[in-house]
Design a protein around this ligand. Structure first.
Ligand SMILES: [Zn+2]
Length: 282
């Protein structure tokens, strides 16, 4: 492990609640990546947002989820939230730099090597290295990654299939995550969120409809077990895609936007955090 990975493992071994005073990592721009933790049970859930710096509505949903957790603990779940993973990009509304932030992970079924390169040989960005160290130390069974989209028809809540490193589908875990994504979408929709990408009034789907650029995403790296020393079981990855990038304060109708962003936060707090662990196939 690198010194930074050891430091992150030490942070996660400490007992703490709410915002950790130490940054997870400091960015090139000198901004702290902040983490919040709510240790209210054995099931470990990680929630991240701000992977794409232009998707500020997603960061707001994560901040609203933190506010909910500060008011009322989710019994049964140890929740870690990183609400703004790339704060340098979020500060200027930049989606990402030269390296695609969500296609910057090791090959499926592998951990980060000593050379620190992603599946296409690009350096893994410091923020993603910190995220990988959090995943290694915290060992979440599921991750929710909150994004936003400028394509209204693609908004929804989705789940990536579980596969092994040879590409074999794990049907049990995939079906469990698909059901969870649809349950989340129904709850968010009942509270006023737009989730047309799930086509809930017809042949409902938990699969995202967008195109995928080259590289391995969190959603293809996570739901694949890593065998051997330092390995881990497959991790379910739920991707939330909010319709529109704007925060409530920047919206044309701030109360309506607040209600919609709250709908996603409530769905996550009520249906993602208290649920039992993912079934593990051997
Ligand atoms: Zn995104």
């Amino acid at each position: 492990m690198t010194a930074a990975e050891v430091r992150i493992a030490d942070l996660l071994a400490e007992p703490w609640r709410g915002r950790h005073p130490a940054p997870l990592v400091a960015t090139e721009g000198g901004r702290p990546v902040v983490m919040h933790r709510f240790p209210d049970g054995p099931t470990r859930r990680l929630v991240i947002a701000g992977v794409h710096g232009s998707e500020r509505s997603g960061v707001e949903v994560a901040e609203r989820l933190i506010a909910l957790l500060e008011e009322a603990p989710c019994q049964g779940t140890d929740t870690l939230v990183i609400a703004n993973l790339f704060p340098d990009n979020t500060a200027i509304g930049l989606r990402e730099g030269d390296t695609p932030t969500n296609r910057n992970f090791p090959p499926q079924g592998r951990l980060l090597d000593g050379d620190g390169l992603d599946a296409l040989g690009r350096p893994v960005l410091a923020e993603n290295r910190a995220l990988l160290a959090v995943i290694a130390a915290f060992r979440p069974d599921r991750i929710a990654s909150i994004h936003a989209t400028v394509f209204p028809e693609r908004a929804g809540i989705f789940a990536d299939p579980h596969v092994d490193a040879d590409g074999r589908l794990d049907r049990v875990a995939t079906a469990a995550d698909a059901a969870l994504a649809l349950d989340l979408a129904r709850h968010a929709a009942a509270r006023g969120a737009r989730v047309p990408g799930n086509t809930l009034n017809g042949a409902d789907t938990s699969l995202w409809s967008g195109d995928v650029a080259d590289g391995v995403s969190l959603g293809s790296w996570g739901p694949c077990p890593v065998r051997g020393p330092g390995g881990r079981p497959s991790i379910g990855v739920i991707t939330v895609e909010i319709d529109g990038l704007v925060r409530s304060i920047d919206a044309d109708a701030p109360p309506d936007r607040t209600q919609e962003l709250n709908a996603f936060a409530y769905a996550l707090s009520e249906r993602f955090l208290p649920l039992p662990p993912l079934p593990v196939m051997e």
